[in-house]
Design a protein around this ligand. Structure first.
Ligand code: 7PJ
Length: 299
């Protein structure tokens, strides 16, 4: 097969990400690690961190490419967590998981958390606020961390209270991301450090907007060649529940279908709860893609 020339494929640009450079010949799987006492039975910091570490270990065994550590629930309507508490939840995990040779992402919009997490060794800052908090850009500028810039309409506390309206949701998301990406680069952040995310579920009508964004996922990203890596986070969200009619714990199959659709539409990173299942689903999708490319190359 070595004499068969594969058609030049346009993969997303590699992402510089702290200690790592991620390349996207296949979509990568980001495992979600929520470090919040309410998701654990008996509370207590020690139990919380023990449970989170076990969960991280499982995700790594299941093939996670990135671990996304979050210390504050960003579900619509969730109360904010004080700075000290968020730091106490995530920093011990960054320090321990640093040894695991896997990119560590921090899901936060607070500049102070970004700074501490980067000092502790985080590789990527995943900001649902798109680095709009005062001081957020300064917090990441002088490190070599990767960035994920997400689109959100409004703020976490208020975003889903009214029915979100857009003329053209895909165009609105792309314009927002273009503006943020330009701002980051004006501040001196290399484009190789930037990934983008349309923000499924954040200020979007559950079915209409989220599925329009999924259908046109490539068009949600700023126009550029090579393209910015796109991160898609749909795992177990209401957009899945609204279609399958099941509670969050029973949305794995629906979430897998969404992940495969996103891969087909150019997603570089899938942010998921169910790592093992997503890794398998994406392997099947990638095998089909490789076969399609091969038959195209053979004419
Ligand atoms: C997302 C996220 C997402 C990125 C959350 C949940 C809500 N970060 N953090 N994209 N969602 N980049 O997982 O249900 O969609 S928290």
């Amino acid at each position: 097969m070595s004499n068969v020339e594969l058609p030049s494929q346009s993969f997303p640009a590699p992402l510089r990400c702290g200690r790592f450079t991620l390349s996207f010949e296949r979509p990568l799987v980001m495992g979600i690690l929520n470090v919040t006492p309410d998701s654990f039975s008996d509370g207590g910091q020690y139990a919380m961190h023990g449970d989170a570490l076990r969960q991280a270990e499982l995700m790594l065994l299941d093939g996670a490419d990135i671990i996304d550590i979050g210390g504050e629930s960003t579900r619509p309507g969730a109360p904010p967590v004080p700075l000290d508490e968020e730091l106490a939840r995530i920093l011990p995990l960054v320090e321990i998981l640093r040894g695991a040779n896997v990119p560590l992402s921090i899901d936060t919009y607070k500049p102070e958390v970004m700074r501490h997490a980067l000092s502790a060794g985080a590789d990527l800052i995943n900001d649902i606020w798109g680095f709009r908090m005062p001081g957020a850009i300064d917090a990441v500028r002088d490190s070599n961390c990767g960035l994920c810039v997400m689109h959100m309409l409004g703020e976490p506390q208020t975003m889903q209270l009214g029915e979100p309206t857009y003329g053209d949701v895909v165009g609105a998301v792309r314009e927002f991301l273009e503006e943020r990406v330009a701002k980051l680069q004006q501040a001196g952040i290399a484009r190789e450090r930037i990934s983008v995310d349309p923000g499924f579920g954040f200020g979007k009508a559950v079915v209409d907007h989220n599925y329009a964004l999924l259908a046109q996922l490539r068009d949600t990203a700023p126009r550029a060649e090579p393209s910015y890596p796109i991160l898609a986070g749909m795992s177990r969200k209401s957009m899945i529940g609204a279609v399958v009619g099941r509670p969050a714990g029973e949305r794995i199959a629906g979430s897998l279908a969404a992940a495969v659709c996103a891969a087909e539409r150019g997603a570089a990173i899938l942010r998921v709860h169910d790592v093992a299942q997503t890794v398998d689903a994406l392997k099947v999708w990638a095998a089909m893609r490789d076969a399609a490319n091969l038959s195209r190359a053979r004419g």
